[in-house]
Ligand binder design. Structure first.
Ligand code: NAP
Length: 457
């Protein structure tokens, strides 16, 4: 069918994080008349930008200004505090939207699959990050920072974020929008040694150079790298010529390894070729057993292979940062192997390689897996929106009675879903910014849903 300003293409987006906003933005920046509703299970928009990006990386968060602009467009609406699967079903969305885009991200984490992983004192970086960023689901997940040593497993940018936040002083973090509860806990932190552990070598670190460098610029912590760890096998050495970032990372790590320790109160130990094999402890974490690895060529890629040589790190807290993981949505196909919604160029398919499900699309981490930076989602969402627009003339038509924007609001009212609309978010945003101004911080976050829903008198 042809869409007009009276009968625009109606798109419902499930998940108001970066991918959801980039999808909405791509939709309003093309010629087909559209009307877009963004749903989020939390009252607050922006997903991982608010709850994932580190609080001391405020520049990255400035992308919310673009998202806010998208929300200012009269063709886009925000329905916060509406949970897909609980408050609305697929059938409900199908009633109101010609097309649905799932942009729910990857809210869970990958386990290590080693003994002791469930002991108190062992948690995922996903939980730790969400805790310090004030995600309402994790406000109570207080880690025990009375311990002197912590292991962070993984060599990606999340591991670097977690390590850096643990190594900074509360005074360094007080100017950020870190959650108040985390600021208080970090102020009392007794942590002195943080071990960031990579199962492979320095040339296989997944971190970006800028983030790695920051570990060497900490006011309160020395960075410690064993020079032996920076010696490379021939394949890793060859990779330096092929990948500039890898070469830069190794250069930075070598520079770190040559530094003398200056006696700062904390130390960040970056350790390579080390795999955790067991979390140890009686009733709570008391140590982490790690095995020394060597690298072996496995079909052109270097894999970590255990040597049998082990040691125990005397840590009281283990944070596994080995990747986020997507979670299945009710009534939506899911590829359990990859933990994504199976798709072809953003068109949802019944299974990996299966038939296309008409009218359903996917973008962001739940489409491609948890890789890339916030900006990566722009091209990713644009690809999905392109597919949607190509299909648009053939999409099943939503009944005209249900196509008016008011119909959705009425439906939610009738169902007793207390959704949180855009103007309420603006009020909440203003309250947080105002509280921040009073303390010289970017914002002071509300961290409980009840507080968020309570409007100012
Ligand atoms: P990631 O980049 O995929 O890193 C995961 C790390 O976990 C890798 O070092 C991986 O090692 C390791 N790992 C996986 N399984 C393991 C196991 N069983 N034992 C030991 N180590 C294991 O994931 P991420 O750090 O969660 O980051 C997700 C995405 O967000 C990335 O694209 C990242 O760049 C992005 N991000 C960006 C920023 C930023 O721009 N500042 C900040 C945070 C996150 P192998 O390589 O050996 O598999």
């Amino acid at each position: 069918m042809t869409y007009t300003s009276e009968r625009p293409l109606r798109v419902g987006i499930v998940g108001a994080g970066p991918a959801g906003f980039f999808a909405a933005d791509a939709l309003i920046k093309q010629d087909v008349p559209v009307s877009v509703d963004l749903f989020d299970r939390l009252p607050t928009p922006f997903g991982l930008v608010r709850y994932g990006v580190a609080p001391d990386h405020q520049k990255i968060k400035s992308v919310t200004k673009l998202y806010q602009k998208t929300l200012d467009d009269p063709r886009v609406r925000f329905f916060g505090h509406v949970s897909y699967g609980q408050d609305v079903s697929l059938g409900d969305l199908r009633r109101f939207y010609d097309a649905i885009i799932y942009t729910v991200g990857a809210p869970s984490d990958r386990p290590l699959g080693i003994p002791g992983e469930d002991l108190p004192g062992s948690m995922s970086a996903t939980e730790f990050v969400a805790w310090y960023n004030g995600h309402p689901d994790y406000a109570e997940k207080t880690p025990d920072l009375s311990v002197s040593s912590v292991a962070v497993v993984g060599m990606g940018n999340v591991a670097v974020d977690v390590t850096r936040i643990l190594a900074k002083t509360a005074d360094e973090l007080v100017q950020t929008d870190i959650a108040d509860h985390a600021l208080h806990a970090l102020r009392d932190s007794r942590v002195e040694d943080i071990y960031m552990l990579g199962r492979r070598g320095p040339a296989q670190g997944k971190f970006t150079t800028k983030e790695l460098r920051e570990l060497g610029e900490l006011a309160n912590a020395d960075v410690v790298v064993d020079p032996e760890d920076t010696e490379l096998d021939p394949m890793s050495e060859a990779s330096l010529a092929e990948d500039r970032m890898v070469a830069k990372n190794v250069e930075v790590l070598r520079e770190f390894s040559a530094r003398p320790q200056t006696g700062k109160p904390r130390r960040v130990h970056i350790k390579f070729l080390s795999s955790p094999v067991a979390v140890l402890g009686e009733g709570r974490v008391e140590g982490l057993e790690i095995e020394k690895n060597e690298l072996r060529d496995r079909n052109g890629a270097l894999a970590a292979v255990g040597t049998g040589e082990t040691e125990v790190l005397p840590v009281g807290l283990v944070l596994r940062s080995v990747g986020y993981r997507g979670v299945a949505l009710p009534e939506v196909p899911f590829d359990n192997k990859r933990s994504v919604i199976p798709n072809v160029l953003g068109r949802v398919t019944e299974s990996a390689g299966g038939e296309v499900v008409p009218g359903e699309y996917v973008a962001g981490w739940i489409k491609r897996g948890p890789t890339g930076v916030i900006g990566t989602n722009k091209a990713d969402a644009a690809e999905s929106v392109r597919a949607l627009l190509e299909d648009a003339p053939e999409l099943a038509r939503v009944a005209d009675a249900d196509v008016s924007p008011e119909a959705v609001e009425q439906f939610l009212h009738d169902k007793g879903v207390p959704f949180f609309p855009f103007d309420h978010w603006l009020e909440l945003d203003a309250r947080e910014l105002e509280a921040g101004r009073a303390q010289g911080r970017p914002r002071v976050k509300l961290t409980r849903v009840e507080e968020m829903l309570r409007r100012s008198p």
